[in-house]
Structures are given as structure tokens and as C-alpha cells.
Design a protein around this ligand. Structure first.
Ligand code: UDP
Ligand code: MG
Length: 332
């Protein structure tokens, strides 16, 4: 759609307790931006660091980086809102004609940014960074990730397998994303829904060099549930289908019981046939209530329309961001 020519490129990195590796990561990215500018690939580049309510010295690192280099812009969120919201804060405020999201630990190879930009210049609005292999992951993470992506597909959620949050989005795609006001963000499910011309670049993921993972199992499960319940009503439909099957079965059993009672003399009330269904149905009902409850909770959170992030402070040339909420139109 748009033909950007050599435009401005912003890189967005969400940072949560990343003080150890951040300065070196930022220098590598800045150097890459200089290279891209000197080769005429882009006209300008800048780096947006979003401090997601870190408890360590991350914000101080961001402030000193931004004081040393005008291309570094810092956004400090008022508290920890999680990777997805921090990323959104960066994406909605970064001013590039194209914006690349990148984890602050540089596990994703920045060497393919050149390829991403090339694809963007060739007219693609979304460029997904896709991992070539998952050999770096633990067996557990690899196995659960595979099963999870297969499940998402089965439930009709369109995701790019082995793609996380490393992607380039053009201004048009970002404006489309700004139209999605949902609270429970699952960006890797949302971005493919936007449509637009997209392509993929492949890279090998590295091990984390500094700090440690901010995604313990608990958070991974949370993100995984958001991926399903924010995009698919299939679990609700399964409940209805399960209920229908149980209804038919219990009708048949009732008919059988009546037959035994009316036409035979074996009608000894059995302990098993009385108690078993109570347990079985009790279990099924609780499970179903749980699934329904999960959606109801989601509706509750969505109707509140609370801001997904609040910016407390900025560092560097943040383009006069007056807004303290995620309403992108408030941005000057
Ligand atoms: N992150 C964040 N807020 C959080 C958790 C993580 O902004 O609450 C950032 C983190 O600083 C990093 C990115 O999200 O830049 C990915 O996190 P991490 O590398 O720990 O995840 P992993 O690579 O282990 O899945
Ligand atoms: Mg990481």
C-alpha cells in the first residue's frame, strides 16, 4: 500500500529488570541503526525503551542512554504491566514509519533487521521474525510450545508458528492495531488478524546473555490462556456440545432404568449407579463452570475499558507525549 522509500525506523524494546544487559543491547541496536542510515536503507532511526515498572536500576540506565544519545527515547510505565502491555506502549508511541519490536535481551538476532527493512521497502506492511529452530529451548518449553500452537490452530486462532514478538510493522499496520481496544492483549494473535501484506524472515534465537527470564511458568500459562480465550469461543461451544451429549446419555439411562423397573423384577437400587453419576456430573459441571467463569471474567475486565498502560515519565525526545494513557489520539 504505502511506498515508504527510505523512511524512519523505530525499534521498541520492553524492559523489565534488564539493568545488566540493557546498555550493551542498546549500543548494538544503535550501531545497527547508524549502519542502516549510512547505507541509505533508512533516513533515520531511533530506539524506544519502555521500562515496564522495573524494580532494579533499569530506568537509570535508560536515562543515561538517552542523555548520551538523542536517538534513545525512554518511556517509564507507572508500574509493571507485563510484556504485552509494555510492548503496546512502545508501539503506540514510537514515531517511525516502521516500528520493530524486540526483546531487550537481544535473544532475537538483530542481524535480520536489514532483511525486515528490505521487505518493508518492498511493500510488506508486517514482517514476522520466525525462529528457524527451537534447539535452544528446554525440552519442556519446546514440547509445550508445539502442542500449544497446534491447539491454537485447532481452535481457529491464526498465529505464525515459532514467531513471538519480533516483528516489523508499518505505520498503516500500527494504525490498524490502535483500533483494537482489548485489555487482554495477545499481540501475536492480533497482528495476523489485521491482515495487510505480510512476510517472514528466519533467524536463530540465542541464549540470554544477561539477566534471567521474566517469563516463569505462571506467566507463560497466563499468556497461553489469553491466546485461547481472547480469540476463540470454541471452549464455550465444547461445553454446549458436551452438555448435549450428556443429556442424550442420561435420557437413555433413564429410559433403561424405567424399563428395568416396569418390565423386570431386578430393580434393586444400586449404590454404584446412584453415586457414580453424582460424582461424574459434579465434576463435569464444575469444569464447565470454570470455563464459563474464565470468559465471564474476561468480559468483566474488557467492559471496564481501563487503560492498558500509564506513562509516568519520559526520557529524551518522546515527541511531546502528553498522554498518560494508551489513547493514541492523545499523543500530540
Ligand atoms: N518484559 C516486560 N515486562 C514483564 C516481563 C518481561 O517488559 O513483565 C520484557 C523483558 O524485559 C524482555 C521481554 O519482555 O525484554 C521478554 O522477556 P524474557 O526475555 O524474560 O522472556 P523469554 O525470552 O524468557 O521468553
Ligand atoms: Mg528473552
Amino acid at each position: 500500500m504505502s511506498s515508504p522509500g527510505a523512511g524512519r525506523l523505530s525499534i521498541v524494546m520492553p524492559c523489565y529488570n534488564e539493568q545488566e544487559g540493557l546498555a550493551s543491547a542498546a549500543h548494538q541496536v544503535l550501531q545497527l541503526l547508524s549502519e542502516l542510515v549510512s547505507r541509505g536503507r533508512i533516513a533515520q532511526g531511533n530506539l524506544w525503551l519502555v521500562d515496564d515498572g522495573s524494580r532494579d536500576g533499569t530506568w537509570a540506565v535508560i536515562e543515561s542512554l538517552s542523555a548520551a544519545d538523542p536517538r534513545v527515547v525512554g518511556l517509564k510505565l507507572s508500574r509493571n504491566r507485563g510484556h504485552q502491555n509494555a510492548l503496546l506502549a512502545g508501539l503506540m508511541n514510537a514515531d517511525g514509519d516502521a516500528v520493530i519490536s524486540l526483546d531487550a535481551d537481544l535473544q532475537d538476532d538483530i542481524g535480520v533487521i536489514d532483511e525486515m527493512v528490505e521487505a518493508w521497502l518492498a511493500g510488506f506492511e508486517v514482517v514476522y521474525g520466525v525462529r528457524r529452530s527451537r534447539v535452544q529451548d528446554s525440552f519442556f518449553k519446546r514440547w509445550t510450545a508445539r502442542r500449544y500452537y497446534a491447539l491454537l490452530r485447532l481452535l481457529g486462532v491464526d498465529v505464525v508458528p515459532d514467531h513471538a514478538e519480533y516483528r516489523l510493522m508499518s505505520r498503516a499496520a500500527l494504525e490498524a492495531l490502535a483500533e483494537y481496544p482489548e485489555t487482554h492483549l495477545f499481540l501475536r494473535g492480533l497482528v495476523p488478524q489485521l491482515g495487510f501484506r505480510s512476510t517472514q524472515v528466519f533467524y536463530d534465537r540465542k541464549l540470554r546473555v544477561a539477566g534471567h527470564t521474566k517469563y516463569p511458568l505462571r506467566r507463560m500459562v497466563g499468556l497461553g490462556l489469553d491466546g485461547i480465550t481472547s480469540f476463540s469461543a470454541v471452549p464455550l461451544r465444547l461445553i454446549a456440545a458436551g452438555g448435549a451429549v450428556l443429556f442424550v446419555l442420561s435420557t437413555l439411562v433413564a429410559l433403561w432404568v424405567m424399563g428395568v423397573r416396569l418390565f423386570t423384577d431386578h430393580a434393586v437400587p444400586g449404590w454404584a449407579s446412584t453415586t457414580l453419576p453424582i460424582y461424574a456430573l459434579g465434576g463435569v459441571q464444575l469444569l464447565c463452570l470454570g470455563v464459563v467463569g474464565e470468559y465471564v471474567a474476561k468480559i468483566y475486565m474488557e467492559v471496564k475499558r481501563r487503560p492498558r498502560y500509564l506513562i509516568e515519565k519520559t526520557a529524551g525526545d518522546a515527541g511531546g507525549i502528553a498522554a498518560r494513557t494508551d489513547k493514541s489520539k492523545l499523543k500530540q
